[in-house]
Structures are given as C-alpha cells and as structure tokens.
Ligand binder design. Structure first.
Ligand code: 8YV
Length: 299
C-alpha cells in the first residue's frame, strides 16, 4: 500500500503521535518488513548497523527528541538515509527541569515532602541555592537555556563546550575536571555517544567536591553511574538531581534510599505543550519527506 508506507515505530512516543502515525502509515511495532521506509523512535532509540542492514528500503528516521546517540550516523550517511530530530520545541522544558532539580536537591524539597507526608514537621537545614557557582557542561541550545535560567542563582557561571563562546558571559573551561573544580553545581547538558561516555567519572566527582551537586538532564551514558553512587555514599559530593540513567528504566537501588538525591523518570521534555509540538514536528518531517519537500529539521 504505497499510500500508507511501512513505518517501524521504536517506541518512546506519545499515544497521540502513535494515533496520527496509524492514520498515515502501516505501522510495525516489531519485526519490521524489508519494505520499511521510515522509522520513528525516541531520542535514545537504537538504530544500529544490524537493524539498518535488515531495512534496505529505509529512507528516513524521524526522531521524537533531540538526541541521536543511538543512531549509527556513519551508516545512515553512507546510505543517504535522512535523519530528523525535534530541536527548539523542547529546549525550555528541559532547561526548566534542570533548574527544578537543582533547587529540589539544594532545598531538600522532595525529601521534606516525603517527611511531611509521613506526618513529620522537622526541618533539616538545606543548602542555600542562590549565590552558587554554577557550571554547565555543553553549551548547545539546551545548555544555553539552562544558563539563562541559572544566571539569577549564580555568583559565577562556568562552562565547558567544544570551543570557547565569545558571545557567552561565563568562564570557559577546556575540560570537565577543571569545570567541576570551579563550581558548586555541575549541570550536564551535552549529547551522549562515544565522545562523552562516562566523562563524569570518579575524578570529576572528586573535583566537584563535598559541597558539590550534580544535575543530569542529558544522557545517563555521560556519567559513570557506579562512581556516582560511591561518591554520593561516601560524601565525595553533596547531592544529585538525575533525570537520566545509564540503563533506563533501571535505577540503582542505592540511589532510591538517598535523601540527597532527586530522581526523575527521563521527563525533561515531558510537558503537554512540548510533547504536542514534538509530535507535530515528527509528522511534519515525515509528511515533507513523503511529499518530496524539504525536511523541516534534518540533522
Ligand atoms: C524524549 C529525549 O523523552 O529529546 C531527547 O533526546 O531524550 C527526550 O526528549 C525522548 O526522545 C522520548 O521520546
């Protein structure tokens, strides 16, 4: 049925988007046939060489998200397969969550909520959130949106990016260990993938220090998770706000009993508004592709 091209849905999308896809495509949720022309998946969906080899007719991968760390880009490029993402429409939501996690950890909002629900009224003194040195690892769209929001809380803004950004009012650090040493709050906002795998290791956590807080809204792959658990357990760092994990949806049990940690189910872009805009952009890219028009947001 050429009017309903075969589409392989890898999951990670809203029911509303799935319903729209069902109207326009012949949808496969597993065992995609060789005639599959499109893939839709989330930002951490895996499209590796083995899958690509099974899909000789594949033309486009439309990602519902901004991450593409699970996609074999060398292979898609070699075969001329288009890849689209949903930039911009989720930037504010992800940045908002980063600030929310930072405040929640420092002011013990979630631990105290648990206490009140349990009938408690005791206040363990929290950390002041304002006037902190805030470091951002990764200064793309999301990193910059976080910086904008973090600025009123920050005595100093520091950042690490591939290169110094002359237009950005913050202190540049060429590497993350130097960034961690210079700040009280380290916010991770860089892409996943080989280049950043486990870049937050035991050394970086030691550099962040006993008053330091880690916030990660990027990918769990950037953090050496066992090293993070150890650093939280022995007080090497003060706390963490985590929206992403190494092996989602698995979360280390050790983290679940720590009051200095706030855990969040990869919900950075999960607002009604954001998800509607992401879905619309996925559909618009697919429609453009199958109508032979220019893609809206190709990689
Ligand atoms: C989504 C994400 O939750 O944008 C990304 O890369 O990880 C998130 O926005 C994910 O894509 C699920 O669809």
């Amino acid at each position: 049925d050429t009017s309903h091209p075969d589409l392989y849905l890898l999951g990670g999308v809203s029911p509303a988007l799935e319903a729209t896809l069902v109207e326009r495509f012949t949808l496969y949720r597993e065992d995609p046939p060789a005639t599959t022309r499109a893939i839709v998946g989330g930002g951490s969906s895996v499209v590796d060489a083995a899958l690509l080899d099974r899909l000789p007719a594949l033309e486009i991968i439309a990602i519902h998200g901004v991450g593409y760390d699970g996609i074999d880009l060398a292979a898609t490029k070699a075969r001329g397969i288009a890849v689209t993402t949903t930039p911009d429409v989720l930037t504010d939501d992800v940045a908002d969550l980063a600030i929310g996690l930072m405040l929640a950890v420092q002011r013990r909002i979630v631990a105290n909520d648990r206490s009140v629900r349990g009938g408690g009224w005791q206040v363990d003194l929290a950390r002041r959130a304002s006037g902190r040195r805030i470091g951002i690892f990764g200064l793309g769209r999301i990193g910059r949106a976080i910086a904008k929001r973090a600025a009123p809380f920050a005595s100093e803004l520091h950042y690490t990016a591939r290169s110094a950004k002359p237009d950005f009012a913050g202190v540049f650090h060429a590497d993350i260990a130097s960034l961690a040493a210079a700040c009280d709050v380290l916010i991770i906002a860089a892409p996943g993938g080989d280049a950043t795998s486990h870049i937050v290791d035991a050394g970086v956590l030691a550099a962040l220090g006993e008053d330091g807080i880690l916030v990660n809204i990027a990918r769990g792959s950037l953090v050496d998770e066992p090293a993070l658990v150890a650093a939280l357990m022995d007080g090497t760092i003060a706390g963490a706000g985590l929206d992403v994990f190494a092996d989602e949806p698995a979360v280390p049990d050790a983290l679940k009993v720590m009051d200095q940690v706030v855990l969040s189910p990869h919900q950075g872009s999960a607002t009604v508004d954001g998800r509607a805009a992401m879905a619309a952009l996925v559909i618009a890219n697919l429609d453009a592709h199958f109508a032979g028009r220019d893609l809206l947001t190709p990689l």
